[in-house]
Structures are given as structure tokens and as C-alpha cells.
Design a protein around this ligand. Structure first.
Ligand SMILES: NC(=O)c1ccc[n+]([C@@H]2O[C@H](COP(=O)([O-])OP(=O)(O)OC[C@H]3O[C@@H](n4cnc5c(N)ncnc54)[C@H](O)[C@@H]3O)[C@@H](O)[C@H]2O)c1
Length: 256
């Protein structure tokens, strides 16, 4: 621990488990004062209890919930320095089996949730003249994709576009806006919904030879939240173990 976020107030949305829980743990290690938000009350409260911080039930697809989460951070700590909008859903569904409602739900959480978090945090951050808005994007959408990720890919590519637009609009307010693009990260959700064969296949396609951990992603968020990133805005960091690098799937073959 080096106190890289000492006394910074951070609201982390989608922090009950997985990557968001990893971000919460990492930020807590570095001295941040946290508020956690999620739709899952049991797991969310358990994570909050582990870190001895407040938790608020939040569906980030709803603007009123985003505003209530920001209001709690302000009530608890008097300011809001960092917001991380990490909540995201990734149903595995071919386009031909996706209904308009399925599409709208993914967009509501992943993309409108990003807008909602940004709008809600803008008010105090603009008044303070300081803020760090951070979003979980993905390599899926902005760079690559696979069957069953039509809505998800569109939502994550949309987040990257929003990051650039918001970074530009908020640049005069002392607010930076950035994101992290995880590759394949081993979380409970991936183990549950994708299974062992998917995970083995992914391991074989990652040059560093393993899926990432929530902590790997959290370290990139930590950098972007810290003072070390004060001159960085409107961009994303890929955290994928080199998965985007190979031209083909024979990348372990070497010339004779
Ligand atoms: N795991 C990966 O390999 C991977 C790769 C790239 C991007 N991502 C992105 O990282 C983020 C976290 O993924 P994860 O694998 O940890 O998933 P996860 O399902 O374990 O965690 C997501 C969290 O968000 C919460 N959440 C879902 N809908 C919400 C809503 N409407 N409002 C508030 N909270 C909500 C969930 O309850 C959960 O705690 C997502 O945005 C996902 O798209 C994950």
C-alpha cells in the first residue's frame, strides 16, 4: 500500500462481485474512501462489510438510482472525486435470437448506465473543479467480437465513443474521463455462464497464457484514478494479456 488514493472519495457501481469487487478492494488498499453500489443487495452488502464501507442498492440503468448513489457519497464524505461505472451485463445470445427487449436491456445497463453515472457525478465534480470518471469497456466491441455478443459489442463500442465525447466536454472542468478494456477476466460470472471448455480455449488464445484476474483490471483503474494519470483523458487501457496481438491462432509456432 502506497496511499495512491489517500482520502479520495470513490463511488464504484457494479462492485458486489467480479471485477468491480476487485476494484473496490484495490482502491481501499490505496486509502480511498468508498461507497459501493449494485443491484445485488446480499453480495453487495457482503463486499461492503468486508471493506467496512457503505453500500447502496443501485440499478444504474435508472437515473434516479445513479443520483441517489452520488448523493450518498456526498452525504458520507462531502465530495466525490472518482466514479467507476463497472456494472455491465453480457447475455450470450445470437443476433437472430435477440428481441428488441433483450437489446434494450443490454443498452440500458451498459450504455445508458454509463451516461447516467456521468450525468449524476458531473454536478459535484464540476462544482469541485476535479473529477475522475472511469468506465469498464471491453476488447469485445471496440476491437474484436465473437458470436452471441451483438448487443454487448455495440454497447461497449458505444462506451468508448462516449468516453471521448465526455472527456472533451468536461476538459474545462478539471474532470478526466477514461476507461479500461478488459480481455478475458476470470470471474465467478465467467465460470458460471461460460464454463471450463470456454475458459481453456481462451487460455490457449492469450499470449501470456492465462485469463486475467480482477486485480489485473483494478490496477489499470488505480492508475487512471491516481494523480499519475492527471494528464490522460479520453482514452482506454487494454488489459488482455496480449490477446489482441496475434494475427492467427498459430501464434505459438516459431520459425525453424
Ligand atoms: N469478465 C470479463 O472477462 C470481462 C471482460 C471484458 C469486460 N468485462 C466487463 O466488466 C464488468 C464486470 O464484469 P464481471 O465479469 O465482473 O461481471 P459480474 O457479473 O461478476 O459483475 C457485474 C456486477 O454488476 C452488477 N450489475 C449488473 N447490472 C447492474 C445494474 N443494472 N446496476 C448496478 N449493478 C449492476 C452485478 O450485480 C455484478 O455485481 C462488466 O461491465 C463487463 O462487461 C468483463
Amino acid at each position: 500500500m502506497t496511499d495512491r488514493l489517500k482520502d479520495r472519495v470513490a463511488l464504484i457501481i457494479g462492485s458486489a462481485r467480479g471485477i468491480g469487487k476487485g476494484i473496490a478492494r484495490r482502491f481501499a488498499e490505496e486509502g480511498a474512501r468508498l461507497v459501493l453500489a449494485d443491484t445485488e443487495d446480499g453480495a453487495g452488502q457482503a463486499t461492503a462489510d468486508e471493506l467496512a464501507v457503505p453500500f447502496i442498492h443501485t440499478d444504474i440503468s435508472l437515473m434516479a438510482d445513479a443520483e441517489a448513489a452520488v448523493a450518498l457519497a456526498l452525504k458520507q464524505h462531502g465530495r466525490l472525486d472518482i466514479i467507476v461505472q463497472n456494472a455491465g451485463i453480457y447475455p450470450w445470445q445470437l443476433i437472430e435470437n435477440t428481441s428488441a427487449d433483450d437489446w434494450d436491456r443490454v443498452m440500458a445497463v451498459n450504455l445508458r448506465g454509463t451516461f447516467n453515472a456521468s450525468r449524476a457525478a458531473l454536478v459535484p465534480m464540476k462544482a469541485q473543479g476535479f473529477g475522475r470518471m472511469l468506465y469498464t469497456s471491453s476488447i469485445t466491441g471496440p476491437h474484436v467480437t465473437s458470436p452471441g455478443h451483438g448487443h454487448y459489442s455495440a454497447s461497449k463500442a458505444g462506451i468508448n465513443g462516449f468516453i471521448r465525447a465526455a472527456a472533451l466536454e468536461f476538459s474545462g472542468y478539471g474532470i478526466t474521463v477514461n476507461g479500461v478494456e478488459p480481455g478475458n477476466i476470470l470471474t465467478e460470472a465467467i465460470e458460471l455462464h461460460r464454463g471450463a471448455a470456454y475458459i481453456k480455449n481462451m487460455e490457449d488464445s492469450i499470449p501470456l497464457g492465462r485469463l486475467g484476474s480482477p486485480r489485473d483490471v483494478a490496477n489499470a483503474f488505480l492508475f487512471l484514478a491516481s494523480d499519475d494519470a492527471s494528464y490522460i483523458t479520453g482514452t482506454t487501457i487494454v488489459v488482455d494479456g496480449g490477446q489482441l496481438l496475434p494475427e492467427g491462432n498459430d501464434f505459438r509456432l516459431l520459425p525453424p
